[in-house]
Ligand binder design. Structure first.
Ligand SMILES: Cc1ncc(COP(=O)(O)OP(=O)(O)O)c(N)n1
Ligand SMILES: Cc1nc(C(=O)O)sc1CCOP(=O)(O)O
Ligand SMILES: [Mg+2]
Length: 216
């Protein structure tokens, strides 16, 4: 999850895949493997908002090996303690997902990503406490989540010119609309629907996203 050198092209921007909100683990294992085999994916975030810790544990035990076999980092959403306990590669925390500084200490040597919405101030704070990446969004309307914050590409441009810490763009991103985000300096594009809801299936979704990143 480190940023490659930045320039004004798509060089270095990679796909950051997030799981669908709900899935049957055994079946999803096959879908995930096929999606990851379809093209470059930097990491998978397990995002199960209504699941119990036991559900998350089972999903992690099933899906993390699929990721690791393909050199894809496995990041758990919302819970740094559980990420640590389950041996995940890292955690993604929102602004209300607990103590960021404590998570940084707990996940020493692992990945910590922090949601910063459309706020330069939150991003600077996250950078100062040692986040491995900051996430900005939502850039476009999304059916995956009700969002209250709306970001514009300028924040990616500002961040990427100022800071070495990678930035992730999220929210309604598709192969059709991602070009300006890549050109603005996003290091990663985080997507749910663009892959899992692609009309031709998740493999086509991964291929389309990578083609669009490469063409930006
Ligand atoms: C890469 C990435 N960016 C932002 C989010 C959103 O996190 P959060 O604000 O905590 O909202 P939930 O995902 O928990 O609903 C994310 N998960 N991943
Ligand atoms: C999980 C999440 N966080 C967002 C934010 O703006 O912080 S938008 C979002 C949903 C991303 O799914 P899709 O790619 O289907 O729009
Ligand atoms: Mg969260």
């Amino acid at each position: 999850m480190s940023a490659a050198s930045r320039d004004s092209s798509s060089a270095g921007c990679r796909l950051y895949l997030i799981t669908p909100p709900r899935f049957a683990v055994t079946r999803f294992r096959e879908d995930l493997a096929a999606a990851l085999d379809a093209g470059d994916v930097a990491c998978l975030q397990l995002r199960l908002k209504d699941a119990t810790p036991d559900d998350v544990k089972r999903a992690t035990e099933t899906l993390m090996p699929v990721c690791h076999a393909r050199d894809v980092a496995f990041i758990l959403n919302d819970d740094a303690g559980l990420a640590h306990a389950l041996g995940c590669d890292g955690a993604h925390l929102g602004q209300t997902d607990g103590d960021h500084a404590g998570a940084r200490r707990l996940l020493e040597g692992r990945i910590l990503g922090i949601t910063c919405h459309a706020s330069r101030h939150l991003a600077m704070e996250a950078g100062e406490l040692g986040a491995d990446y900051v996430a900005f969004g939502a850039f476009f309307p999304t059916d995956t989540k009700e969002v209250v914050h709306h970001a514009a590409p300028e924040i990616l441009e500002w961040w990427s010119q100022m800071m070495e810490i990678p930035c992730v763009a999220i929210g309604g991103i598709t192969a059709e609309n991602c070009g300006p985000l890549v050109r603005a300096g996003a290091d990663f594009l985080a997507v749910v629907g663009a892959v899992w809801n692609h009309a031709d299936g998740p493999e086509a979704g991964v291929r389309a996203m990578n083609a669009a990143i490469g063409a930006a």
